[in-house]
Design a protein around this ligand. Sequence first.
Ligand code: PMP
Length: 289
Amino acid sequence: MKYFNEHTIIFLDGEYVKAADARTDLYGQSLHYGYAVFEGIRSYKMKDGSTKIFKPVAHYERLIASAQALNMPFSYSVEEMIVATDKVLADNNLGDAYIRPLVYGPDNMSFNPNTISHFTIQAWEMQPFLGEKLLRVMTSSFQRPNPKGFRITAKASGHYVNSIMASHEAKAKGFDEALLTDMDGFAAEAPGANLFYEKDGKLFTPALGHILPGITRATVIEICKDLGIEVTEKKFTTEEMYGADAAFFCGTAAEVIGFESLDNQPFAKAWNDSVSKKIQMVYKDLVIS
Ligand code: PMP
């Protein structure tokens, strides 16, 4: 996958520059220690040809909260970041795209706080709804980080070492994706997406506390409210999901993507007959309307 070419424009510290000319130093806490925060946002091409960013305010509010949680100096407003994102999309002629804002530190090899942060917004083309396929998921041997050891509601770069390890393990064992537990052994989330399962027409999802509070998760809960589908946020084990009717991961990049199996256990309903599939369809309509 090529993320940029010689024409690609990115936002970097208030300027719009060519990605190929952009520089960063090699002596920062972000590269060495994973001390950075980021977002993953999608834009979609609408039926009338215009481009719309999905829930930009929620994403940029979370970026500000993530920077605050890690004591990173950061003063961009949500509005300024949305204006910059619109320009990056327009300059690169992007419609269906993935947008990656990143706040990272200046040169500093100590653990002392920084007085400034750098901020970049990058974007590349991403086709929507590739995920028609169903996932073979395994319960990971990796647990999500202890919330007393990390600011787990922050989307912090260093947390993703945990995600990468869990993904490597799942793929090495022939699965499509990992489902990580929390430090107490309850189902938590995917390396980069939240979890729901369906039983008797009702949905269940891990309660907040050990997971990233996903914007897609919140959207799914809103969709369920609109459709009159009961959603319960609670602790449950992955074994309790065996024999459920259906399950899915949801996230900005993943959108809503169903499970084929969990730990090689199939689900009771065909995906196309599940309530979850209905939610997937409503989500698709929502992001492009
Ligand atoms: N959990 C983790 C660990 C993630 O990285 C993501 C992707 N940001 C999510 C959940 C889903 O969050 P969202 O719906 O806001 O993209």
